[in-house]
Design a protein around this ligand. Structure first.
Ligand code: PNS
Length: 161
């Protein structure tokens, strides 16, 4: 069974992330969408909130699981039996960051391969940061994120009716 980990902050999960999960699930038997627990990073949603949203959004997708992890990603991959890490690449701005992560992970464990999927053009400019900015001012972000995410953002910003 080919298992991949799709790690991220997912703070929050966007339609770009969703597209990647769907495409990765065509390539791997099992895709573990795993929220990175990083206590030094100020996140908007708690890990539990992000996982609850992911479970709701990804519930009907066969072979897709939701989890969280703490510590080094390559160690986590070994624990869950994954030989591949899936990451998305949007415009050129993502490249330097992703290349650095890839190099580091490769040095730590060369047996874990990173598979990059290029963002479809309709998601090239969607980011968690930007959709938070829109929701902060009370606007729905359903154009760019699953409805559950849009609702959770508006609620957390105090705009829910
Ligand atoms: O969605 P993000 O914030 O770009 O995801 C970054 C993430 C979580 C994949 C990366 O920070 C990570 O793998 N963190 C776990 C700790 C680790 O393994 N660090 C070494 C590689 S950066």
């Amino acid at each position: 069974m080919k298992t991949a980990v799709y790690p991220g902050s997912f703070d929050p999960f966007t339609n770009g992330h969703l597209d990647l999960v769907q495409r990765a699930s065509q390539l791997f038997d099992r895709v573990i969408v795993s929220v990175a627990i990083n206590s030094s990073k100020n996140s908007f949603f708690t890990v539990e909130e992000r996982m609850a949203i992911l479970r709701e959004v990804l519930a009907s997708m066969p072979g897709v699981e939701v989890a969280s992890f703490e510590g080094l990603l390559v160690d986590y991959c070994r624990t869950v039996g994954a030989r591949a890490i899936v990451r998305g690449l949007r415009a050129v701005t993502d490249f330097d960051y992703e290349y650095a992560i890839f190099q580091l992970n490769h040095d730590l464990n060369a047996e874990v391969e990173t598979v990059f999927l290029l963002a479809a053009k309709e998601y090239s400019f969607v980011s968690s940061t930007l959709i938070k900015e829109v929701a902060r001012y009370g606007r729905s972000v359903e154009q760019h994120a699953p409805p559950a995410v849009s609702r959770a953002l508006l609620r957390k910003f105090g705009h829910a009716k």
